[in-house]
Design a protein around this ligand. Structure first.
Ligand SMILES: [Zn+2]
Length: 268
């Protein structure tokens, strides 16, 4: 990022005492909102004091532009690390990290300023609970069975099986994330789909995106759905956005009765 030093109102390293005070603020913040607020105002008030100014002089009528102030990048990174670590206690480390970037002052490189030691306590809880409803447990079993069916139908080395397996594994591993609070509940949300609520308030769905069966013949855009009356047949229809359906024996991208290829992904 180009450095526009002349536009800064204050640009200097924070003193040891200012950093110490910041660490105390971060250490004792009782919630995510106050943590973000106290971290940012702590940095800005230290710099504004040089001008006899204060964050309290700013508000909706006189907006504060944090980019007019700058601290060394090494200090910025240490403060952000400490605040993000503190946010682990609230399960909001990711959100806090993103918000900090928007409201913290600018940085400049100064190799003479060492990274300060702002190490704070380990805030993450000792134990995490994952709560799974019976319907969700059954659906997780169904997802595993669907994967096994993909392996049986297309081969354990097939792209269809491997991409589905990798996408499912990513979602399972995600359930064990420690960044969303100490309690996570897993519910069923339809066939091969789940929704997950975390004690931080974060909610997301794990959705299976099945591949639409279509005709693979060049020039034909027909798509096919399972025939509910006959598991070994499909019902062909034109794709919604294209009408060029050839009058021929359609070639399905995967056979009638075969398990539907697809992947799982998370949606908040
Ligand atoms: Zn066709």
């Amino acid at each position: 990022m180009p450095e526009l030093a002349t536009t800064y109102r204050v640009r200097r390293p924070l003193t040891a005492a200012e950093l110490e005070s910041l660490r105390d603020r971060i250490d004792t913040a009782p919630s995510t909102v106050e943590l973000l607020h106290t971290t940012v105002t702590g940095v800005l008030d230290a710099l504004l004091a040089d001008l006899g100014d204060s964050v309290t002089n700013y508000g909706p009528q006189a907006p504060m532009d944090p980019r007019q102030y700058a601290i060394p990048a090494s200090q910025w990174a240490a403060i952000a690390d400490a605040a993000v670590n503190r946010a682990q206690a609230f399960g909001t480390a990711v959100e806090l990290g993103l918000n900090l970037i928007n409201v913290m002052p600018s940085t400049y490189d100064d190799p003479d300023v060492p990274a300060p030691d702002l190490a704070v306590r380990e805030y993450r809880p000792d134990r995490y609970r994952i709560d799974v409803t019976r319907q969700a447990a059954d659906e997780i079993t169904a997802c595993e069975q669907h994967l096994q069916a993909l392996a049986d139908a297309y081969g354990p080395g097939s792209d269809r099986y491997r991409t589905a397996l990798a996408s499912w594994h990513r979602q399972l591993a995600n359930l064990f994330s420690t960044s969303r609070g100490a309690e996570t509940s897993v519910h069923r949300d339809g066939p091969l789909c789940l929704y997950v609520t975390a004690s931080s308030g974060f909610v997301y769905g794990v959705i299976f995106h099945g591949e639409q069966r279509r005709c693979t013949a060049p020039g034909c855009t027909a798509v096919a759905d399972d025939d509910p009356q006959n598991p070994t047949a499909v019902i062909w229809r034109p794709a919604p956005t294209a009408a060029s359906v050839l009058d021929h024996e359609h070639q399905p991208s995967y056979p009638a009765g075969a398990p539907q290829p697809g992947i799982w992904s998370a949606h908040s």
